[in-house]
Design a protein around this ligand. Structure first.
Ligand code: HEC
Length: 443
């Protein structure tokens, strides 16, 4: 039974015989504790949710703008938290429940949202310290074992306060005399509060992409500084790993790995965000190599539609790209990419009867929350499977991110231009170098 119930009965049954000030005192106490018996408390009901769902980002050194670890830190945000979880703004997760199951799924369950809502409705009580789960010991260590090889930026990269930082590229040599196979790769920023995302590429020795840029030097391309041929080569370069805040490291299933060919080097693309204070980061890349060639090679493929022409003000422009799998492949993960006008992205398979089966619907798409969606269970795409990716764009003034609703927008590298790329990871036999994938844009 709830301890307040006894007190309540006392006041109701014997108000007359209690001196007025005692009644008032008891009533005030009751009003303070006047939540329904089951009102959730921070320590018992809320902290476990914060620990698993929010602290990956809302803890010291992470990207979240405030800490959600203690009652004192959380209490001032109580209302904002309920607002953010009810509108599904937090935690950031954009896969529509319609389709697919993903191993990194971290949206809140309805009962967790309800607990947060009731906690605030009940006065955001702290509860008893002894009810609190043990604090999580967050580590700054590597998430992958080892790693056996670590390469780092040549020196800390300084990010001044309140500025916009262009994408940075750096070529990291790995000196591979022979082909190597990675079982796990982790991109490990030293200051995660300023690294918005990072992409690691494996540049083959014959690729001319960024060939004029000296190794171990931070390089920020300017519009037009990469030739069209270089950009095509970038698009053909295998992506090894992507870092986004709170994301897990890339660890491939048993018997699969990423190939780092002899003579290749690593190209790391970094997107920094500036804070209210100056900060610096020296990101490292950790790799675990397999002793032997695995049975399957993981390749990151992509289908893009470069023919997009988005009319000024259009709120529901969409464009597709389709392709056919030239061989059997095991589908592992998705990573959609558009710019500021992107509003939704769909990955689908065209069934023989002409119906589309949606595998992943990212809605709303958010340029600032790009992430990998790894399938809980890999799916076989038999040779001949028809793939259809569709991107949706909002070029109207209702899109708060839209840099210019009056502009007709086409494909381009810059964030005020647009892109529509559907990356996807597949596993194929280890001796396959190219999937030889053909795709064509469809309006
Ligand atoms: C993947 C990292 C990440 C996770 C997980 C995460 N947050 Fe956040 N949160 C952020 C970042 C970054 C911001 C600031 C930028 C923004 O608002 O998008 C933010 C902002 C917020 C805000 C302020 C929103 C506003 O309107 O200004 C609230 C409240 C919040 N988070 C609550 C939560 C809660 C509650 C959870 C867990 C249920 C959570 N967050 C999980 C990264 C995260």
């Amino acid at each position: 039974m709830h301890p307040n119930v006894g007190g309540l009965r006392l006041v109701l049954l014997r108000p007359k015989i209690l001196p007025l000030y005692v009644s008032l005192f008891l009533l005030t106490m009751l009003a303070r504790a006047g939540a329904p018996p089951a009102a959730p408390t921070f320590n018992k009901d809320i902290l476990p949710i914060l620990q698993t769902r929010c602290q990956p980002c809302h803890r010291p050194g992470e990207i979240g703008p405030m800490l959600l670890i203690t009652y004192e830190q959380t209490r001032p945000w109580a209302k904002a938290i309920v607002e953010a979880v009810k509108t599904a703004k937090m935690p950031p997760w954009f896969a529509d429940k319609c389709c697919g199951q993903f191993s990194t799924e971290h949206s809140l369950k309805p009962e967790e949202i309800q607990a947060l809502d009731q906690w605030v409705a009940g006065g955001s009580l702290e509860g008893k310290k002894k009810d609190a789960p043990r604090p999580i010991k967050w580590t700054e260590d590597w998430k992958i074992d080892g790693p056996s090889v670590v390469v780092s930026l040549p020196r800390p990269f300084e990010v001044p306060a309140n500025t916009k930082i262009d994408y940075q590229y750096v070529i990291l040599p790995v000196d591979l005399a022979e082909d190597k196979w990675a079982s796990a790769i982790e991109i490990h920023p030293s200051d995660r509060s300023i690294v918005h995302h990072a992409v690691l590429y494996s540049r083959a020795k014959e690729s001319t992409w960024l060939r004029n840029v000296p190794r171990l030097t931070m390089y920020a391309p300017t519009p037009g500084s990469m030739t069209p041929n270089e950009l095509l080569q970038q698009a053909a370069t295998d992506i090894l790993a992507v870092y986004t805040p709170g994301s897990p490291a890339a660890i491939w299933p048993e018997g699969m790995g990423k190939k780092l060919p002899a003579g290749s080097d690593l190209v790391l693309q970094l997107h920094y965000t500036s804070k209210k204070t100056t900060a610096s980061d020296r990101t490292s890349v950790g790799i675990n190599f397999l002793k032997e060639r695995p049975a399957r090679r993981v390749l990151t493929l992509q289908m893009q539609n470069r023919a997009i022409v988005i009319p000024p003000g259009a709120s529901d422009y969409h464009a597709s790209v389709s392709g056919t799998m030239p061989r059997d492949a095991l589908l592992l993960a998705f990573f959609p990419h558009m710019h500021l006008r992107g509003s939704a992205f769909e990955y689908a398979i065209l069934q023989p009867d002409g119906k589309l089966e949606t595998l992943l619907r990212v809605k709303p798409y958010d340029f600032f929350w790009q992430q990998t969606y790894p399938l809980k269970t890999p799916r076989l795409l038999p040779k001949g499977t028809r793939l259809v990716w569709t991107g949706y764009f909002d070029n109207s003034a209702n899109n708060p991110r839209n840099p210019d609703p009056k502009a007709e927008v086409r494909w381009g590298e810059q964030s005020w231009e647009e892109m529509m790329v559907g990356f996807f990871d597949v596993a194929v036999e280890a001796n396959v170098d190219k999937v030889g994938f053909f795709s064509s844009p469809t309006p």
